[in-house]
Design a protein around this ligand. Structure first.
Ligand code: BES
Ligand code: MN
Ligand code: ZN
Length: 503
């Protein structure tokens, strides 16, 4: 989908479709009112017949509206005007895109970004419109046979061009920047979704490394991929311990975006890249085990965020660090009771081989020390316990620095990709006690997401650090099973804010 931003009235546009909003009960939005008067009250007449009341996310497609140059007008219900907030705005955009899928409308103009949303400016509305429209149009069909690909079916054409219209000029400049940001974000989210949705037999550690190399080539980034022998030299006994049960060779990816001042310390993003998590010898139950192909969504979010910030040429120094391997049961796999020596020197007693994410991340955190980072954020589908605590609406956020946590929370709010601040109190640390090593890799059933974060905190003492547990947010289960691309919006927004601050 191609996006653009324009100003002007709707009646003269010659498009396949014009999207305008209608509030409950039958109250026309500004753009709808313009169309209504141009068509001598045609919209009012239709609404008065009772075909659309304006309920949120309802819609009505009209053809050949008098005195308008476009083929169609799509009326989208916005709900009660007083209750039209961020969520409702996003739902209205989503409903509009859905209503047009399967119609012949390819070249479309939307006036939804012109609607007032409390506390939000045109820039926010435009960026969100782009993001939601791109997400509604997203399909993952790479793995389907020819006859099952929707894109080949003539019955389902897609919107090719979506022009966002504002009635007034005054916010156009900001909206132009926003459309670029929305577009870059959408391509980052799409990359993260594609990588997440690919099956484990295709999206292997080697495949992820190749994707990072391709991204580096496209956007002039630096990339380095460390192999098993390199990792042995570095002493990454923890990461290598997880990797040793798989025939897939582990990879350690380092991606660098250097577009800030030389003197500026880098922000490091560390992503968990378990391309399939069987649990290892502490094997998982069979039900829904397929979803453990998503255990590399942290890594995918780092690559997606890099794509977004590279497209924007964001003036910042950002380094992506991705430890990636499989967690498999095998004659050579680590066993419960084994003790591993991490790169930091701390020894770890493995009490459950399924708590593998923290084992690969801890070495990546230690490795990150060499960059003398401004801050480090790791992103991981780390614990089922986080899903129990927060469900699928918020990512779990932990940090050893409150101001960093606040900044990330705020970025998540703005991007509508929310996180929730969880405690990292020392009280929880004792659950990680081991009789045989410096630390155990699990802390019992209570507060499982917190003790996982506590484990990581032991390897993040030398820098400001935050951890996002995205186990509940990175993908959806059930009928709509699929990757969400989260938390690419949160991370990208955070970096955009940082770039604005630094110049
Ligand atoms: N990748 C899983 C976490 C996960 C589980 C994410 C279910 C989404 C849904 C992680 O490696 C894991 O297995 N964690 C264990 C930790 C436990 C053994 C302490 C878990 O959450 O069950
Ligand atoms: Mn696991
Ligand atoms: Zn895992």
């Amino acid at each position: 989908m191609e996006f653009s931003i324009k100003t002007g009235n709707p009646e003269k546009l010659s498009k396949d479709c014009i999207i305008v909003g209608v509030f409950e009960s039958r109250k026309l939005s500004a753009a709808a009112a313009v169309l209504d008067s141009a068509s001598d009250g045609y919209l009012t007449t239709i609404l008065n017949r009772g075909d659309l009341d304006g309920k949120l996310a309802s819609s009505l497609l009209l053809h050949n509206v008098p005195n308008t140059a476009s083929d169609r007008v799509l009326l989208v219900g916005l709900g009660k005007e007083k209750e039209f907030h961020e969520r409702q705005y996003r739902q209205a955009v989503q409903a509009a895109i859905k209503a047009l899928s399967g119609t012949g409308a390819k070249n479309v103009a939307s006036y939804l970004a012109d609607l007032p949303v409390k506390k939000q400016d045109a820039a926010w509305k435009v960026a969100q419109h782009v993001e939601v429209a791109a997400a509604s149009a997203y399909r993952f069909e790479q793995m389907k046979g020819k006859s099952n690909k929707e894109e080949n079916a003539e019955a389902a054409p897609h919107i090719a061009k979506l022009a966002l219209y504002l009635l007034q000029h005054d916010e156009l400049k900001k909206a132009e920047t926003a459309i670029k940001q929305g577009q870059a974000l959408a391509s980052g989210v799409n990359l993260a979704k594609d990588l997440g949705n690919l099956p484990g037999n295709i999206c292997t550690p080697t495949y992820l490394a190749e994707q990072a190399q391709a991204l580096a080539k496209d956007f002039d980034l630096q990339v380095e991929v460390l192999e098993r022998a390199d990792l042995e030299k570095l002493g990454m006994g923890s990461f290598l311990g997880v990797a040793q049960g798989s025939v897939q060779p582990p990879k350690f990816i380092i991606l660098q975006h250097h577009k800030g001042k030389k003197s500026q310390k880098p922000i490091v993003l560390v992503g968990k890249g378990i391309t399939f998590d069987s649990g290892g010898i502490s094997i998982k139950p069979g039900a829904e085990m397929d979803e453990m192909k998503y255990d590399m969504c942290g890594a995918a979010s780092v690559l997606g965020t890099f794509k977004a910030i590279a497209e924007l040429n964001l003036p910042l120094n950002v380094i992506g660090v991705i430890p990636t391997c499989e967690n498999m049961p095998d004659g050579n796999a680590i066993r419960p009771g084994d003790v591993l020596t991490s790169m930091s020197g701390q020894t770890i007693e493995i009490l459950n081989t399924d708590a593998e994410g923290r084992l690969i991340l801890c070495d990546a955190l230690t490795y990150s020390e060499r960059f003398e980072p401004e801050l480090v954020i790791d992103i991981a589908t780390l614990t089922g316990a986080c899903v129990i605590a927060l469900g699928s609406h918020a990512s779990g956020l932990y940090s050893n620095k409150d101001s960093l946590a606040k900044e990330l929370l705020h970025a998540g709010e703005h991007a509508v990709d929310r996180a929730w601040h969880m405690p990292l109190w020392d009280d929880y640390q004792e659950q990680l006690h081991s009789n045989f090593a410096d630390i155990a890799n699990i802390g019992g059933r209570a507060a499982g997401s917190i003790t996982a974060a506590c484990f990581l905190s032991r390897f993040a003492k030398k820098f400001d650090w935050a951890h996002l547990d995205v186990a509940g947010t990175a993908w959806k289960s059930g009928k709509e099973k699929g990757s969400t691309g989260r938390p690419v919006p949160l991370l990208t927004q955070f970096l955009i804010q940082r770039a604005e601050k630094s110049d």
